[in-house]
Design a protein around this ligand. Structure first.
Ligand code: BYC
Length: 327
């Protein structure tokens, strides 16, 4: 499917001069016309490499993202919340399945992707390296992290790579339910007893800084946005997504009588949200493995890989395809 060597490692492919100029021009014309690129179509190696990086990170974010909410399934208050929490977590893992399949169409095996995750080589969303101390933290994730994800994914679902866009369409449909579930859970606490209101405010205080960095570094610091937007993989910049999120959700947070923990947050005369610059040094530390829960999250994944190894071995064994003839 792709040329010799490991395209996902090789930096020489970052240089578009290496590509056939005619094929490159045709490819860019197709993207300009709004056509979808499919797995067997010609594509520059850098497009392939960037897509794998982004889709793989997204897939990892879904399975790692299932962990903080997953730990609240057994402790969710009441049977209905437990059922809904379980369904949501199951959906997130299903999203990872869709995304790993989309990334596989570009030539990287699932096994390699999972190995790169466990070894700390691949990134996943910074936000899932923070702890969900209370049920209220889990509710804030369900509402506001999913809200952020929808802003990003609705835009990128209109992008250029067919398998990723189709996966995002399905994911967004499910995320829309998660968003309603998360909102309902937060409304319940915000309109509940003083203790519940305090819990949800404290959870918002803890989660606000990570949420603000969920959309990636500011545009002037982003390394990949220019390339990704040129090829319509990314349909909105990090700052544009952050602004859209603030526009849509700050009023909803205020409506519940909650306080956004940022004294500088305000919409200026030009309609642009101003806010305290996130701590990008902390962000960099967290995405590079040194956040409060990185080690714990990867340990859970490593253990899941080890404990599931016998199942994969059994399924891949030639004997597993043996079908007993009907008597
Ligand atoms: N966290 O050049 P930039 C969910 C990295 S899961 C960690 O701006 P790009 C959910 C970036 O990878 C949905 N790393 O990058 C699940 C790059 O590093 P490398 C999660 C980040 O790709 C369960 C470097 O910083 N959504 O919702 O142009 C339960 C420079 O950044 C982050 C997705 O994955 C970050 N936040 O833009 C509940 C969406 N941001 O690779 C909910 C898909 C940046 O050079 N991904 N980095 O080492 C994207 O849309 C884009 O990749 C990003 C970053 C907007 C995240």
């Amino acid at each position: 499917m792709y040329g010799g060597g490991n395209v996902f490692e090789a930096t020489k492919f970052d240089d578009l001069q290496q590509e056939d100029p005619v094929l490159l021009a045709e490819f860019e014309a197709r993207i300009a016309r709004g056509e979808k690129i499919e797995p067997n179509d010609w594509m520059p190696q850098l497009y392939r490499k960037q897509l794998v990086r982004m889709i793989e990170q997204h897939a990892h974010s879904e399975i790692i993202g299932a962990l903080p909410e997953g730990t609240w399934i057994t402790r969710a208050p009441g049977f209905r919340r437990k059922l809904a929490q379980m369904a949501k977590v199951q959906d997130e893992v299903g999203h990872a399945q869709l995304l790993y399949s989309a990334a596989e169409t570009l030539g990287k095996t699932r096994e390699q992707m999972l190995t790169d995750l466990i070894n700390g080589k691949s990134k996943y969303s910074n936000v899932f390296n923070y702890p969900a101390f209370t049920w209220a933290d889990s509710n804030i994730i369900s509402w506001l992290i999913d809200a952020g994800a929808i802003v990003n994914q609705m835009a990128n679902a209109k992008g250029s790579y067919g398998p990723y866009c189709r996966a995002l369409d399905r994911i967004c449909a499910e995320e829309a339910f998660h968003l309603k579930y998360g909102h309902d859970a937060v409304v319940h606490m915000a309109t509940g007893s003083p203790v519940q209101r305090q819990m949800i405010q404290e959870a918002l205080n803890r989660w606000w800084p990570p949420i603000m960095t969920f959309f990636g570094p500011s545009d002037k610091m982003s390394t990949h946005t220019e390339t990704l937007m040129r090829w319509k993989v990314k349909m909105a910049s990090n700052d544009a997504c952050r602004q859209q999120f603030l526009d849509m959700y700050v009023p909803k947070i205020w409506e519940l009588g909650l306080t956004v923990p940022d004294a500088k947050l305000r919409k200026n005369e030009e309609g642009v949200w101003e806010y305290t610059e996130p701590d990008w040094d902390e962000f960099k530390r967290v995405i590079n493995g040194d956040g409060p829960c990185n080690a714990e999250r990867l340990a859970v994944r490593r253990s899941a890989e080890e404990r599931g190894a016998w199942v994969r071995r059994a399924l891949l064994s030639p004997k597993a395809s043996y079908v007993r003839p009907l008597a």
